[in-house]
Design a binder for this molecule. Structure first.
Ligand SMILES: C[S@@+](CC[C@H](N)C(=O)[O-])C[C@H]1O[C@@H](n2cnc3c(N)ncnc32)[C@H](O)[C@@H]1O
Length: 301
């Protein structure tokens, strides 16, 4: 499915955009989500309960409408059991349409702008010009199909943690996507930065982005269990259930007095990660929130 993608449209209450997005990233391996315009029209005062989440799928396996139906039914039921009402959820009625890939890449490129993650770190789409102010770290990026434009809360929580705990010399970025966190770490002054991802397709993207920014990072198609080095700082912006599974390896690759930021966690799923933190005898140094996302900075207890 090289030149086409599936646009899945789901009718939701815009208030639970993050929850439904997380379901789509987790269950459909989707490439991106956009909440259609209704939310923005009413952003000021009128709260709408009707929105459409557009989900971009490039994975052939989810073309099966019955599978989509049963996944959405199961996840909606789950949220109902957590106490959300039908109104709070929206109907989750959905439709799918096959589209040309070109449209999608153009569309998000038009919508993606310069992102000031912190006062010092700015992410600039590689096709835009930007003049740095003061000591700003400017990263020029084209994520292609990889995750990591810098606009997502989970990425921003990692950058903020790296700023708060700067001074590291070696960094591992597990689930590097576009390479954004690795490149930021290098620009912050790290001597050696290693990034890996279990998606082989993103490694070229990460390498190209490092090159664009004149940074030297080592990117590999790899998972934490196969890493033998240890690092001063570990970034892991991956979904809560993956964090739970790989926590022993994340701990193992962190230096004795190293630190690690765990992100990619919806507030309502934090208990899964807290359990892993406890089971692996880690201590929490800092908890940060952004919208419905939460991150933990941890160290050895
Ligand atoms: C949410 S994205 C984060 C991308 C980027 N680091 C950022 O912060 O914007 C998560 C990335 O982790 C990768 N991933 C998922 N499970 C993984 C695993 N077990 N080991 C390594 N990478 C994984 C995905 O392919 C994806 O690129």
């Amino acid at each position: 499915m090289d030149n086409t993608y599936i646009e899945l449209k789901i009718s939701i209450n815009p208030k639970i955009e993050d929850e439904v997005s997380a379901v789509c990233f987790e269950r459909f391996n989707c490439e991106g989500v956009v909440l259609a315009e209704e939310k923005y029209k009413d952003l000021e005062m009128v709260s709408t309960t009707e929105g459409t989440l557009k989900v971009f799928l490039t994975d052939d396996s989810v073309k099966d409408i019955d599978e989509i139906k049963s996944v959405l039914k199961e996840e909606r039921e789950f949220l109902k059991l957590q106490g959300l009402s039908d109104e709070e959820l929206g109907s989750w009625e959905f439709s799918i349409e096959e589209k040309e890939n070109e449209d999608w890449s153009k569309k998000w490129k038009e919508n993606w702008d310069v992102t000031h993650i912190t006062d010092n770190v700015v992410i600039v789409p590689s096709w835009l010009e930007y003049t740095p102010k003061g000591k700003e770290i400017v990263i020029s990026l084209d994520p292609g199909h990889a995750f990591g434009t810098g606009t997502h809360q989970t990425t921003q929580l990692c950058v903020k943690a790296m700023e708060e705990y700067s001074g590291f010399k070696t960094v591992a970025d597990i689930g590097t996507g576009s390479g954004i966190l690795a490149i930021v770490a290098k620009k912050m002054g790290a001597d050696y930065v290693y990034g890996c991802d279990n998606d082989p397709d993103v490694i070229d993207v990460a390498n190209e982005n490092a090159q664009k920014n004149n940074t030297e990072c080592v990117f590999e198609f790899n998972t934490a269990d196969k890493i033998t080095n240890t690092f001063d700082f570990v970034c892991a912006n991956i979904l809560h259930n993956v964090l739970y599974e790989i926590m022993p390896d994340l701990k193992r690759i962190m230096n004795k007095d190293g630190k690690m930021v765990l992100s990619g966690i919806l507030d309502e799923k934090k208990d899964v990660v807290l359990k892993a933190i406890k089971e692996n005898n880690l201590k929490i140094l800092k908890i940060n929130h952004q919208d419905q996302w939460i991150s933990f900075v941890v160290a050895n207890a």
